[in-house]
Ligand binder design. Structure first.
Ligand SMILES: O=C(CO)[C@@H](O)[C@H](O)COP(=O)(O)O
Length: 293
């Protein structure tokens, strides 16, 4: 008869026999299925910190160099804010600029590796631009739930469609083009909308990351909204291994609140690009997250 058991004292020794487990595993969150003969590991560890500076706060006059310098300062990913002036009241840049800056940063060697371009698509028609951004070198295409459900399912800027975009189908489409997928929610959107998307038994349709906005999307340098933390806590409770990204107002002052709630992917624009030592800020943000694993 199988039973699920949470080990206490012997947990660490037990885990050391699983050679594939890293020595930094969070031993508190590990569950096993155990019977007389065998013990099977069910769940490993909370995901490690990922620091993703938002290049919205970089010097756009030398964006390529800003990107390579930021990776050199220890950033894991670059958070690339794409704004269309419709979904948000600001405009940044499109795929041609992403193509140019991509050549300044080595492509990640593995999924979610160093150099990942985390494209945060604050655009009204997310399905239309998937192929363009894939060609430009985007690794992780993160669209807004609110934009998807209010937009059409046309697959290119030239195409038209009356059909509405289904977020699950959009995730599948992004995956089919070899990218990772993220789904973002604005401050006014309930976290509940993500559960149906994340609980899908069709794994191709399940996003690789959830982004909880901690400011209204559109501009850098805004004040962090701690009232968004219950959304992060709920996601972390339900999905211990999910990449949960927070974006807006993250700094050395607010990181503890976000890390306590369970966020592991930290976007920071003005805090990194406005710092005397971006490397120190990146290291402190990372330490705050990893110290809670
Ligand atoms: O998506 C956005 C704004 O819409 C963010 O990525 C900001 O660029 C973050 O900037 P800071 O709040 O960290 O300065």
């Amino acid at each position: 008869m199988f039973r699920v058991e949470q080990q206490s004292l012997s947990r660490r020794q037990l885990l050391q026999s699983f050679t594939e487990i890293s020595s930094t595993a969070n031993y508190d969150n590990i569950f096993f299925i155990q019977d007389a003969k065998k013990i099977t590991l069910l769940s490993t560890m909370a995901p490690a910190a990922v620091i993703a500076p938002s290049i919205l706060s970089a010097d756009f006059g030398s964006l390529g160099k800003e990107c390579s310098d930021t990776i050199g300062h220890g950033a894991d990913w670059l958070h690339v804010d794409i704004m269309d002036g419709h979904f948000v009241p600001n405009i940044t840049f499109g795929a041609p600029v992403v193509t140019k800056i991509r050549s300044h940063v080595d492509r990640p060697k593995e999924a979610f590796g160093k150099g990942t371009f985390d494209c945060h698509m604050m655009i009204a028609e997310p399905k239309k631009w998937v192929k363009e951004f894939q060609k430009a070198g985007c690794d992780l295409y993160c669209f807004h739930y609110e934009a998807a459900i209010n937009s059409t399912a046309a697959e290119s800027p030239e195409a038209t469609s009356d059909e509405k975009t289904n977020p699950k189908e959009l995730v599948k489409y992004i995956h089919s083009l070899g990218m990772r997928a993220g789904v973002a929610i604005k401050p006014g959107t309930s976290v509940d909308v993500l559960f149906d998307i994340l609980d899908n038994p069709d794994k191709d349709a399940v996003p690789d990351m959830a982004l909880v906005m901690t400011v209204e999307p559109g501009f850098g340098g805004q004040k962090f909204m701690p009232e968004m933390m219950p959304k992060v806590q709920e996601l972390r409770k339900r999905y211990p291994e999910l990449n949960i990204e927070v974006d807006g107002g993250l700094s050395e002052k607010t990181i503890d609140t976000a890390a306590d709630a369970g966020a592991n992917v930290i976007v920071a624009g003005s805090a990194v690009f406005g710092a005397q030592s971006p490397a120190d800020v990146i290291a402190k943000l990372r330490e705050a997250v990893n110290s809670r694993r």
